[in-house]
Design a protein around this ligand. Structure first.
Ligand SMILES: NC(=O)c1ccc[n+]([C@@H]2O[C@H](COP(=O)([O-])OP(=O)(O)OC[C@H]3O[C@@H](n4cnc5c(N)ncnc54)[C@H](O)[C@@H]3O)[C@@H](O)[C@H]2O)c1
Length: 373
């Protein structure tokens, strides 16, 4: 095991890669980014310039040849996570895979197996386990503040993704449920002490973005856990006004409501507008709610620092490939539920040949047909 700061390579150079690089910069004590790889010429160089990253590559496999790199983060489209994980593990480096873990359950299982075989950590980028406000709710729950918890709600909504590949179900695997619901499933499972998920019931539709995607832009999903509690996750790519992320926790002795952005925001009115309010906000004119220390409030710097400390053996991973696999299984059950119009029990095995979760809804017998306006 090495010492000093963990040397990190980032795959990808756009949205999440930028967040990762900025997060390592916010908490520089445990890790340093030494290289970035991204296929479009110039893009990796641009990120490198912005964050002072010394080396750039257009082929991530070339970056993996760097001996000093110990941990590689995957900030590339979902359809590439499995192959990249296998390549990183074969190069003997620890892996941080962004959500969702993979496109299929089999891929997720293989990713976990390959990491084990090569003796490297497969860590899963679920920042909600590190989000200070949500962590506070969990600490209170663990201290008994809410008594026996019977309902946990999480929702994440905005007006749709920032990058074109998300709309292409062959690269993303699904819409709002796959993209955002993976957070909600992971959150409820983690909040409820990783009680196994017994059933999933899900309803979804495409209401506003049918011109550019086959994917669902609204989904409602109910999860039943083995301990008797229920999770309710709401996800949307059809919600105007920027990012909205919140939780509610109900127990026999109490309740807490937490809105990730409100309470960290300045209630602001501006005729002229200003630089930046919050992720995916369409405007800064009129009434807006700019956040401060946005990445810190999301928990990404804390998450990545924790992962670097795991590489050094100082901490034990709090978010793993196994967490990502639980999410994959629930996602498949969710799309099957929406496609079949019934509650689906876990473990759920998709029929052979299903290559992505959304196929179960798109090809399902009771798919809701929503007239496009
Ligand atoms: N944790 C979160 O909250 C969060 C937020 C956003 C995105 N993500 C996840 O991060 C991943 C990346 O999403 P994004 O928003 O950064 O997408 P993006 O489109 O902004 O960036 C994707 C990057 O992947 C690169 N890429 C594409 N093909 C590649 C290849 N063959 N080799 C190497 N790089 C390649 C692109 O060049 C680009 O730099 C996705 O899995 C997404 O779900 C997670």
């Amino acid at each position: 095991m090495g010492n000093g700061r963990v040397k990190v390579g980032i795959i990808g150079s756009q949205f999440q890669a930028d967040i990762q690089a900025a997060s390592f910069q916010i908490m520089p004590h445990d890790a340093e980014v030494v290289a970035v790889a991204s296929p479009t010429p110039g893009n990796a160089a641009e990120l490198a310039k912005k964050f002072g990253i010394p080396r750039v590559y257009t082929d991530y496999r070339e970056m993996l040849k760097e001996r000093e790199i110990e941990m590689v983060t995957i900030a590339a489209p979902n359809s590439l996570h499995a192959q990249m994980t296998k390549d990183i593990a074969a190069a003997g480096k620890h892996i941080v895979c962004e959500k969702p873990l993979a496109m299929t359950i089999a891929e997720g299982e293989e990713m976990i197996a390959v990491a084990k075989r090569h003796g490297v950590l497969l860590m899963y980028g679920e920042e909600l386990f590190f989000t200070p406000k949500y962590l506070k709710a969990k600490e209170m729950a663990d201290a008994g503040a809410f008594g026996k918890i019977h309902l946990v709600k999480q929702s994440e909504k905005h007006f749709g993704p920032h990058s074109p590949w998300f709309w292409d179900v062959n690269r993303s695997g699904g819409g709002a449920l796959m993209d955002l619901g993976c957070h909600g499933i992971a959150f409820c499972h983690w909040f409820l002490e990783r009680s196994p998920i017994k059933t999933v019931y899900c309803q979804m539709g495409t209401y506003v973005h049918g011109d550019k995607t086959k994917a669902e832009d609204e989904s409602l999903c109910i999860l039943e856990f083995a301990n008797g509690a229920v999770g309710l996750i709401e996800n949307s790519w059809a919600r105007r006004g920027g990012m909205d992320d919140r939780i509610e926790v109900f127990g026999d002795a109490g309740v807490t409501y937490a809105n990730l952005h409100m309470g960290n925001a300045l209630q602001t009115f501006s005729e002229n507008g200003y630089g930046y309010a919050v992720e995916k906000a369409p405007t800064t004119k009129g009434w807006t709610y700019p956040v401060f220390e946005e990445l810190w409030n999301y928990g990404t710097p804390q998450e990545l620092t924790h992962f670097a400390r795991c590489v050094r053996g100082k901490e034990t991973p709090q978010s793993t490939g196994e967490d990502g696999l639980v999410v994959m299984q629930a996602l498949y059950a969710g799309y099957a539920s929406a496609g079949e119009g019934r509650k689906v029990s876990l473990p759920y095995q998709p029929p052979p040949g299903v290559r992505k979760p959304i196929d179960l809804w798109l090809n399902g017998p009771t798919r809701t047909q929503v007239a496009q306006r």
